[in-house]
Every structure is written in C-alpha cells, then in structure tokens.
Write a new protein. Structure first.
Length: 196
C-alpha cells in the first residue's frame, strides 16, 4: 500500500466509528467498528497479488519446461506437442521437464483439512502423464502443487527456474480458463496452452 493511503485508511476507520459512538452510543459505535473491521478483512482476503511470476531467462540458461495439468494427459497429440517442445530443435537445446498437478480439493475436504484424497488423485494424474511422456521418450519429474493453479505455478517457478510453461487443459473448465488468462498476464516466461 502506498504511504499516502495510510492516513486515508485511518480516517475511513476512525470517523464512522466515532460518529457511531456520538450518534447512537456505545452499542452503535462498536457495531460500526465491527462492520468496518469485517469489511477490511474481506477486502484483504479477496485481494490477490499481481506481481509478475518468474524470472526472465538469461541467454545461455538451461531450458526448463514446466508442464501444468489438472487431469491426466494421455492424448497422443498433446503428448507429441509436449515432446516436441521438450526436444528443442530449431537451434534450441533439449529441456528438463517437470510436470505439475494441482491438488484439487473439494469444499468439504478443505474445511475438514482432508487433503489426502486430492493429493492421491493429483499423484495418479502425474503417474499417467509422466508414463505417457516416457513412452514418447521424454524423461520428466513430477510434483503435486497447491489447489489454486496460479499459486501452484508461482510456488514451483520460485524453486524450479522454468524457462517455458505448458498449460494442458481438458475441455472448457472455467477455473482453468481464468487461471490461464491470469498466467498470461503475470508470467515473465512464455506460456503455451494445449487443450485435450
């Protein structure tokens, strides 16, 4: 937050609260203060960071391909495109490949902190995808990531200096489409989208 906005935030909190105490007494003042606190918490929780993700690859850096998929990839056309991207060609070196699958957690599972089923499903997606890539001659590592696709990519790109990202989506999943748009805006490295 900009330093010039801090006094405005303090005034936005203090003035209505004091006015509530003055006009309606302690009950109204406390209620107004509680509503303002609730509004601030709601805005803070819903705010998403908008910084760029990843570092711009330097000349001569090793190629690293990050393949992100929320479902198993067995489609031969998609596997062939990923294999071609990993192989390089046209003056590019072959790339290291890391496959990332977000652990899709259901609403009740999130509240019960039951992550095991989602992690198991993501691992099964990874096994199928990595096996399909191995069959096409691409050696790949695998990781399970955060349930939020953008957050998962941001987390992995922080430790795995990817030079390219391939986002594989199945069908017209609205959440994946929204994540793809956000990734296109925020990634400093090229993003290739594949639909299967």
């Amino acid at each position: 937050m900009a330093a010039r906005k801090l006094p405005l935030l303090v005034v936005a909190i203090a003035v209505p609260t004091v006015a509530g105490f003055y006009v309606g007494g302690p009950g109204v003042g406390v209620a107004v203060g509680a509503l303002i606190a609730l509004a601030i918490v709601t805005v803070a929780v819903r705010a998403r960071p908008r910084e760029a993700i990843g570092k711009t690859p330097t000349a001569g850096s090793r190629r690293r391909l990050l393949v992100v998929t929320a479902s198993p990839v067995e489609d031969q056309a998609a596997i062939a495109k990923i294999a071609a991207e990993a192989a390089g060609g046209e003056g590019r070196d072959p790339a290291e490949v890391l496959v990332l699958a977000p652990a899709r957690i259901g609403f009740l599972d999130r509240w019960a902190s039951d992550l095991e089923g989602a992690r198991r499903a993501a691992q099964q997606n990874l096994v199928i995808t990595v096996a399909s890539l191995a069959k096409a001659g691409v050696a790949a590592e695998a990781r399970v990531g955060d349930e939020d696709l953008v957050q998962a990519v941001e987390d992995v790109v922080g430790s795995y200096a990817a030079t390219e990202v391939v986002l594989v989506s199945a069908g017209l999943d609205a959440a994946t489409a929204a994540a793809a748009v956000e990734l296109e805006e925020r990634l400093r490295i090229p993003l290739l989208r594949l639909s299967v």
